[in-house]
Structures are given as C-alpha cells and as structure tokens.
Design a protein. Sequence first.
Length: 455
Amino acid sequence: MATQKPLLVFGTLPIYGHTMPLRAIAKSLIQQGYEVTFMCGSHFKTEIESIGAKFVPYQGKADFSEVTAWADAPPQPSDPRGPPLFDFIHKWFMAGYTVQNFNTLQSVLEEVEREQKGREVVTLHDQSWWGTLPGPLGAPGLKAVGDVGIGIVPVISTGEDVPPFGLSMKPDASGKSTEKFESLTRNVYWGDYLPTQQEWVKHLKELGVKDCKEDTHVFDLQYSLPDRFLQMCVPSIEWPRVDLPKNFSFAGGLPKGHRDPFPELPEWWGDITDGKNRIVAVSQGTLDIDDYNKVIIPTLEGLKDLPNVIVVAGLGKKGATLPKDYVVPSNARVGGFVPFDELFPLADVFVTNGGYGGLNHALSHGMPMVISGVATDKPENAARAEWAGVAINLDVEVPTSEAVREAVEKVLGNPEYKQKAEAIQREMDSYDPMGAVVQAIDEVVAEARAKKTSA
C-alpha cells in the first residue's frame, strides 16, 4: 500500500512579491500530486484557489494587503533607505503579527487532527513569515512533522566576513573582514534592528515560550529554526559566507515559466519580435507603482531618441496607465502588466528598481541590468548584482534620464555584463528548484518517521 503524501501547509507575507513565488511552488507541487492548504491574506483567495489549493485567511489584523497594511501602523520613517525602514517593516508586519499567524497555523493543524487524525503535515513558508517559528522554540500547540523555509529576498542573517544587512555594503575583497564588520554588525542588529527583536520576543512570551533565545536575533532564527531552508538563488548572486546553518542550501531560483500563461499579448508585440531593434525592458515591480516618475519615465525619456532601441515598460498592474499628461515616446511600448516570461528572452537590458524577483528572473534569461532603487531590500539586491558584474547600480530612488541613458549604453556597449549574466544563467540552469523543494519535503518526513519509529 502506497504511503500517503504529506499535507503541505503554506504561509507567506500577504503581499504580491512574497505570495506569488510561494504560490508558484505550491502550484507545481499540486501538479505532482500533493494536497496544499495555503494561508494568506483574503485578497489572494481567488489566486490561491485557482491553483487547486485550499485557502485559509489569516486571523485578525494579520489579514492585510499592500493597501491596508499601513492603516494600523504608525507613520513610517521618512528615509526609504537603510535600517530604520527595514526595522519598521519587520517590527510591524512580521514580528507584530506573530501571534495571529501562529494561531492561524494552529487552526489548520487542529482541523487536520480532527478530520484526518495522524495525517502528516509539512509547512512551507517564505522567510518573512514567522508563524511556524514559535513551535520549535517550545510554544504550546500542535506541530507539523517538518518545516521548510523558502528564501525569496537576499540573506539577511548575520555572518562572518559579510557586512550587516541594510547598509548596502559589499564584502571585503580579501574575503577576510571579520574585525571590520563585527562591531558594525553588532550595532546594526542590536541597535537599529533591536525594536524588531523586542517585538518578536514580546509575542513569543504571549504564546507561552519559556526560552525565547533572546540573545539570538530573529533575523538569524528565521534561517536556523526550519528543518530545511532553501534560498531561491544561486551562490554567485549572494555574498560568500562561511557560517551558513547546516539546514541551508541554495535552490537556484524559481523555475522558468512558473507564472500563469498570459491570456493575450499586447497589440504592439510584433514590434519587438522582428529582430530589427535592441529591446530595453523597464519596470518598477508590483509594489512601488504609485509614482512612475521614479524609474519608468526617466527611462522612457532617457532612451527616447536612442537609435534602433525599443523600450518596453511594464507598469506592474493590470489596467495601469502612465499619467494622462505624459507624452509616450514613439519608441516606447507600454503595458499595465507585461509578461516577463515572454519579454525577457527578447530583451537586451532590464532597467529595474531592484526587486529580488525581477533580478533573479532577468538573470535566469542571462540579461544584464541597470538598477535604481533605495527602499527596503532593493539597495542590497543592487549591491549584489553590481558585485557580480551583471548590473550598473545607479543607487538613487529617482535617476536622471541622462544617467539612465549613459548606464544603458554602457551595458549595451560592454559585452562583459552580458557574459557574466549568461554565466549566472548557466549556473541557475544547473539547479532543479522544484526537485530541491520535493527533496526537502521527503527528507523532513523521513526524519520524522525515523524519530517516531525509534521512540
């Protein structure tokens, strides 16, 4: 008699850039015969149920969206760059909802226990969703047989020979900079990021955790507590580290073609497929789309008279448009939501504000970048891409059109950017991301069964 596959329970931060990568993984696992329950914000109910997963909304105020999140939080720091905003986001939206997220998971596990007593459950979650972490710290309640963390932002944990996250610094070229970064790391994690740690510990105590590991920052625990942790990138786009936890491994990034098929290509698509022009793609992602003057319009303006170049702008949301008073250049093609899976194989350069998903998506197609973004993790992504030799980092929130043009021309004119991007593409192609996920699930289940047998 065949052994039943474990029930997979997903949890993720309920914003697009975190939910959709985990949805893609869940979709693939469902196609492989797994049953999936997916916890998320209510506004993703349709997207989650469309892949065949059971949807469960978060409890209380943890059921937020990009639009509603800020209503219950105090005013955010005015400077979008650096540790203050990063700490603010993690304190209020990650640590702050620990209890609600843990309780949502408990409600799922309790239902499984009632209706499928003895059914094995494995949890999978992005690194920014901490609802599983109180369990291994001793929070009373039911526990899954295994937990798999999924890294969809750069590694933010402390480490020897790497700079603290949030300062956009690069490792020392010598590879030996422990003394250089030791005090700086201590000041950032136990100074700038202390409010997040305090909020986290407060909620652990609410949940009845007796040993909160207060001397270990939650930014480290999110990597060390899961039974397995899969970072969805390749080593070449992450700082070299000598002290990653044993449960950590690279998985190479999400597989190509994991996004839903695009129902209909824009009417101008033929303009970019005839091979007569070089194609520059530009996007501000799916979150930072309140003002297209940040990256998209400077790019359109900077490249509007560049010979034999067509600029394709994806506005990040279906139905979105540029300001009515903006005159779109003749060499620009604009769409609310442009299908990157179809666009990137045609494009030569990607101008982006530096989101992690877009960066890895571009590299999976061997495409170099021009990056201009300073909020949240974007400067860290840009620093890594620049360090890897696959991008020019403009390091501003709003670049001038002249700066964009100069950077694009430099990338187009220097084949090393393309060569290094293609090298990372080959590295990514050598990985089997979904194979790594399935292997992690199999391993944690096997370990749990062995432990049960020996008890």
